[in-house]
Design a protein around this ligand. Structure first.
Ligand SMILES: Nc1ncnc2c1ncn2[C@@H]1O[C@H](COP(=O)(O)OP(=O)(O)OP(=O)(O)O)[C@@H](O)[C@H]1O
Length: 264
């Protein structure tokens, strides 16, 4: 059992979770096998591992977008069966509606009846300010850079005040400098609140920078190989990436991937 922090009550809990898919050709793919993971409330957790190790599957199970094959997935002690207001999600592509302004995209949850329009506007405006988009409320997605669009997607995911934010490689399509900035901004946003974040990435450096805990997965079948507590002080700054301590975490995780490559 990979208990992230002993003695802390678990907020997100996976117990012996297996998820298999049947492919079009009728084969069974075991995306995750016997995964157990406990995440305390308010933690920032990064999921890291090679392509196909089940990172997105794990995230989608927590978000209630897909059903487990066996085991238990619990959120706040309750079985996760479908998507709920308790969870906000951000994907690699911001998927904004091009005909709606920044503010209208960020307040989409009001149209879906998840909260009142006034409440949505107030919360969205606050997040728009926090992610540095003040003044862009009336712009359309086509008038924004990729990084700005992803900031809007983050506001949209947070507008109904979920206690969990699930992020699936949200910065992967962005250039390196924008990515660095967004990592710092996301950290500030998270530090200003009490949300539990589960963040999927392929980047070891991004995983170390953001995490309280890094969950390292291996492929075939997807499984958790180690949970690493990242003991770097906060707020983390971009120059910390060059420190020996930061490098120590990076090379420790890289060791797993090099071993997998040798075995492949
Ligand atoms: N809907 C599906 N139908 C069939 N197989 C699937 C489905 N979704 C995922 N898989 C398979 O499950 C495994 C894990 O996929 P998943 O997308 O979770 O991995 P990942 O670690 O997020 O990969 P990547 O880093 O490339 O995004 C892969 O072998 C994938 O092909």
């Amino acid at each position: 059992m990979n208990s992230i922090e002993n003695g802390v009550s678990d907020f997100i809990s996976l117990r012996h979770v297996t998820k298999s898919f049947e492919t079009m050709s009728g084969d069974i793919v075991t995306a995750l096998r016997d995964v157990s993971l406990q995440i305390p409330k308010g933690a920032f957790v990064t999921l890291l591992g090679p392509s196909g190790c089940g990172k997105s599957t794990l995230l989608r199970l927590i978000g209630g977008l897909i059903e487990k094959t066996s085991g238990d997935v619990l959120l706040g002690g309750k079985a996760v069966e479908k998507p709920t207001n308790q969870v906000g999600m951000v994907f690699q592509s911001p998927v904004l509606l091009p005909w709606r302004t920044v503010l209208e995209n960020a307040t989409l949850a009001a149209d879906l009846g998840k909260l009142s329009r006034a409440e949505a506007r107030e919360t969205a405006s606050r997040y728009i300010r926090l992610v540095g988009l003040e003044g862009f409320e009336r712009k359309y997605p086509g008038e924004l850079s990729g990084g700005m669009q992803q900031r809007v997607a983050i506001c949209r995911a947070l507008v109904h005040n979920p206690s969990v934010l699930l992020m699936d490689e949200p910065f992967a399509a962005l250039d390196a400098m924008t990515r660095d900035h967004l990592q710092v901004e996301l950290q500030s946003l998270w530090m200003a609140g009490d949300k539990t974040v589960v963040f999927v990435t392929h980047s070891i450096s991004e995983a170390v920078f953001l995490a309280d805990y890094m969950v390292v997965l291996a492929a075939r079948p997807g499984r958790v190989v180690e949970v690493i507590k990242v003991d770097l002080p906060r707020p983390r700054t971009l120059d910390m990436v060059n420190s020996a301590e930061f490098g120590g975490y990076v090379s420790h995780v890289r060791g797993y991937f090099e071993a997998e490559e040798r075995a492949a």
